[in-house]
Write a protein that binds this ligand. Structure first.
Ligand SMILES: CC(C)(COP(=O)(O)OP(=O)(O)OC[C@H]1O[C@@H](n2cnc3c(N)ncnc32)[C@H](O)[C@@H]1OP(=O)(O)O)[C@@H](O)C(=O)NCCC(=O)NCCS
Length: 171
């Protein structure tokens, strides 16, 4: 699997996949919405290739208040169930964890397959956004973390003490 930033034609391809697939059908997100998202310059859009073919896509938002957000992950229907989605998820996490301590994402309450995938990948449910996109279906907020944003004060004191001892400085 390889991942590279999307080009113009990739955005059209990904929008076509989204417009024809769950969960976007139930969520009422059509091709125009998908294209708008994929052309949004605040998002990072990546094409996932497998065996030299377009296989899937990722839309990441690294500007959110809580961490890096995986806004969209999708695999072309004919490429599903072969590990592409899991590998793309792992790649997105590694990319986000270079600069953030948390990865967040939402999965629709009816999207049981994707929920299994995220559970296997170690995501924790941290919230439920009721009737968020459409009435009758919730968005489940998931989180994977490297740990707290800041070290605790006791950890900081311990580290300073150790550093001072190494440098033979009086405390
Ligand atoms: C969810 C998705 C990205 C997973 O990609 P994938 O390449 O099929 O995933 P993998 O082969 O690495 O893993 C397969 C697992 O994905 C999940 N999955 C979800 N929908 C699936 C589908 N239509 N076909 C196969 N697997 C699917 C399952 O958990 C499956 O494993 P399991 O059923 O044995 O528990 C892909 O199925 C997809 O694009 N689905 C439609 C869009 C979507 O739901 N995106 C996530 C929005 S939060």
């Amino acid at each position: 699997m390889t991942v590279r930033p999307m080009r113009s034609a990739d955005r059209v391809w990904a929008a076509d996949v989204m417009a024809a697939s769950e969960p976007w059908l139930t969520l009422g997100r059509g091709r125009a919405d998908a294209l708008k998202l994929l052309r949004n310059r605040r998002k990072q859009c990546f094409l996932v290739r497998s065996g030299g073919e377009r296989a899937g896509f990722l839309v990441l938002d690294l500007h959110g208040p809580l961490g890096g957000y995986i806004q969209t992950i999708g695999v072309a229907p004919e490429m599903r169930g072969r590990g592409v989605g899991s590998a793309a998820l792992a790649w997105a996490e590694a990319h986000i964890f270079k600069t953030h301590r948390n990865v967040l994402l939402c999965v629709s309450s009816f999207n049981r397959g994707a929920q299994r995938l995220y559970r296997r990948a170690g995501y924790e449910v941290v919230g439920r956004l009721r009737d968020y996109v459409v009435a009758g279906h919730d968005e489940i907020l998931l989180r994977k973390t490297l740990g707290p944003l800041s070290r605790s004060s006791s950890q900081r004191t311990r580290r300073t003490t150790e550093r001072n001892r190494r440098q033979r400085k009086p405390l």
